[in-house]
Write a protein that binds this ligand. Structure first.
Ligand code: SAH
Length: 318
């Protein structure tokens, strides 16, 4: 068995997944993982990351072990999120909230977040609630994903009380049709569809399969993903641009907006859009997970003094 002591470089210091997987502990929480364990040529215990079933079983084990989740599942072929990277987003966001709150992370259900495109896995709300007690509205366009998300919450009633899934009926809309007139949010988050076309998503998948040395003819994604989950006309840049433009109208009712940006070349254009709509401030947080780097783009339409008032009003004294 591998020892859990070796930290993975780049992950947030509070991320519980920054150590190598402790398979002995994971097996205790999810014994069904056992059939997927393999020994690597170096003699370590691992799973075959090219096998979608093994990846799903690892996710189940991680979610049961770290987040006390019961019966986590996603429909066949849907995106199976790598947990360590998703957790990193939540912890970085917590830091940003703390920076407006005298260094103290605001916790509990009074802190309200909106997850745009939560997927069948509801992964950000699960981690955000379990780590910090935050409550969530989670929007999703795909009806099958919405149903799966609702079923999952139904099996975990403590989460169901704090996470509400709402269907977005128009793919090009973000807040419209999801956020109600009287609502306020402390933050919004989003992992946007990345690719700009179904063809680009498929080509990337084939490259990945070659790298994982998957046998010819087996073209399934190891992390799954329906094509429309993974692409949007104009890709990540266009999706985030939609968020920025719509965020203007919600500016007084939300403290921080944020989005995960995988391609750093998209940043200058998005920063330009932020300027164009007159965002008061924005910041970029670098994140790294092994070889893969990504970043959070975070912005607010409120002035620094309005943000301070907001924090006092909603979270009280730090
Ligand atoms: N948050 C999940 C899923 C990200 S994939 C994760 O990190 O694993 C992006 C998701 O956005 C997909 O589930 C897709 O169906 C959804 N989506 C696409 N357009 C949307 C829109 N306008 N509003 C809400 N969700 C949308």
């Amino acid at each position: 068995m591998s020892t859990p002591s070796q930290a993975k470089p780049g992950l947030h210091p509070r991320n519980p997944h920054r150590f190598r997987y402790d398979f002995a502990a994971l097996l205790k929480s999810y014994p069904e993982l056992k059939v997927f364990l393999i020994e690597t040529p170096r003699g370590d215990t691992s799973i075959n990351f090219a096998n979608a079933k093994a990846v799903k079983a690892l996710n189940r084990a991680l979610l049961a072990h770290f987040y006390k989740l019961k019966d986590w599942d996603i429909p066949e072929g849907y995106l199976c999120p790598p947990i360590p990277g998703r957790a990193d987003y939540i912890h970085h966001l917590a830091d940003i909230l703390a920076e407006t709150h005298q260094g103290i992370i605001p916790t509990g259900a009074r802190v309200k977040a909106l997850d745009i495109g939560t997927g069948a896995s509801v992964i950000y709300p699960i981690i955000g609630h379990r780590e910090y007690g935050w409550s969530f509205v989670a929007s999703e366009f795909d009806p099958t994903a919405v149903k799966a998300a609702e079923d999952l919450l139904h099996n975990n009633p403590d989460l169901e009380r704090r996470i509400e899934v709402r269907q977005q009926r128009f793919k090009t809309n973000i807040f419209k049709g999801v956020v109600q007139d009287h609502e306020v949010y402390d933050m919004t988050l989003c992992n946007p569809p990345f690719y700009s076309s179904a063809k680009a998503a498929q080509a990337a998948n084939q490259r990945k399969n070659r790298n994982l040395k998957r046998p010819v003819g087996k073209t399934k994604r190891n992390f799954g993903g329906q094509d429309h989950e993974l692409w949007f006309p104009g890709g990540e840049r266009a999706f985030v641009e939609n968020i920025i433009r719509e965020s203007k109208d919600l500016g007084e009712r939300c403290l921080w907006f944020s989005a995960l940006i995988s391609d750093q070349d998209h940043l200058p254009k998005l920063q330009h859009v932020l300027q164009e709509v007159g965002a008061d401030t924005h910041l970029v947080r670098e994140m790294a997970q092994g070889q893969k780097s990504s970043r959070l783009l975070v912005w607010s339409h409120q002035s620094a003094s309005d943000r301070q008032q907001w924090v006092k009003r909603r979270w009280g004294k730090a």
